[in-house]
Design a protein around this ligand. Structure first.
Ligand SMILES: [Zn+2]
Length: 267
């Protein structure tokens, strides 16, 4: 049996146990990063997910070049993640209750938000409004995508106005913050959900701890931006272990829609 080393406690664990435990270390409870497809599998009822707009891809409209061209970075990210963009958007059921669902993927250019991420969130919002079903977004992002300049920053305004339209239509929106969620995503749609859930140990802040420390030239608390501190400060509503997230979402969907959750076959 294949063995792997936990990134946190450094203990050796069986690979099978690790994956069966949804990429959580069975010894210390460390929640490793999940990709978007794994997250859909562990959250949605089996076979219920229908993806929207999967072929929309970003365009290098600024001819942006840092160490590499943006086009080159996009091709590499597609290869690494197996996705066309840093977010998957679609519709699924969770314990039989229909919902729009978006999942960001940190493996695609650090989950950065460019024009396509904004557009795919808009598509999910429109789906929720037209069908009167809730919206769930799983975040994982380093912030706005610098290769798209001002257009990436405008996605903050775009996504927030989309969420406001949900609110006007009395459609519930739940956000699950996963590690790490920072920058423009934390400063826009991630923080304005009706209920904000997070996983233990997840970093959720605007600027990361090191940047803050360098800026204010003071030591900051060890738990800066981490789930427990965010809960204490009212920045998040619920901390849920990864294996509980499906139950928590089903409960919220049920409470907010009045539908009764059904037990579905899960993997
Ligand atoms: Zn561990």
């Amino acid at each position: 049996m294949e063995k792997i080393t936990c990134k946190k406690c450094k203990k050796t664990i069986n690979e099978n146990d690790f994956y069966q435990n949804l990429k959580v270390c069975p010894k210390c409870g460390f929640h490793d990063i999940m990709n978007a497809r794994e997250r859909i599998l562990s959250t949605a009822d089996m076979g219920s997910f229908v993806e929207f707009a999967e072929n929309i891809t970003s365009v290098d409209f600024l001819n942006f070049y840092d160490l590499k061209s943006y086009n080159e970075r996009l091709s590499e990210a597609k290869q690494k993640s197996g996705l066309n963009e840093a977010i998957i958007t679609g519709e699924a059921t969770i314990k039989g209750i229909r919902t729009s669902i978006c999942v960001m993927d940190f493996n695609f250019m650090g989950g950065s938000m460019g024009s396509v991420v904004g557009e795919k969130i808009k598509i999910a919002v429109e789906n929720s409004i037209s069908k009167k079903i809730p919206l769930i977004i799983f975040t994982a992002s380093g912030g706005a995508r610098m290769q798209e300049g001002i257009i990436s920053l405008m996605q903050m305004a775009k996504t927030v106005s989309c969420i406001n339209r949900l609110k006007e239509n009395n459609i519930p929106y739940f956000c699950v913050i996963t590690h790490p969620t920072t920058g423009g995503v934390s400063a826009s749609f991630a923080t304005i959900a009706d209920i904000i859930i997070t996983e233990p140990g997840a970093l959720f802040c605007f600027a990361g701890p090191r940047v803050v420390e360098q800026t204010i030239k003071k030591e900051i608390p060890q738990d800066f931006g981490l789930a427990q501190r965010n809960l204490k400060n009212g920045q998040v509503d619920i901390i849920a272990q990864r294996k509980e997230i499906n139950e928590v979402l089903a409960l919220l969907l049920s409470l907010f829609t009045g539908q009764i959750p059904k037990e579905e076959n899960k993997i």
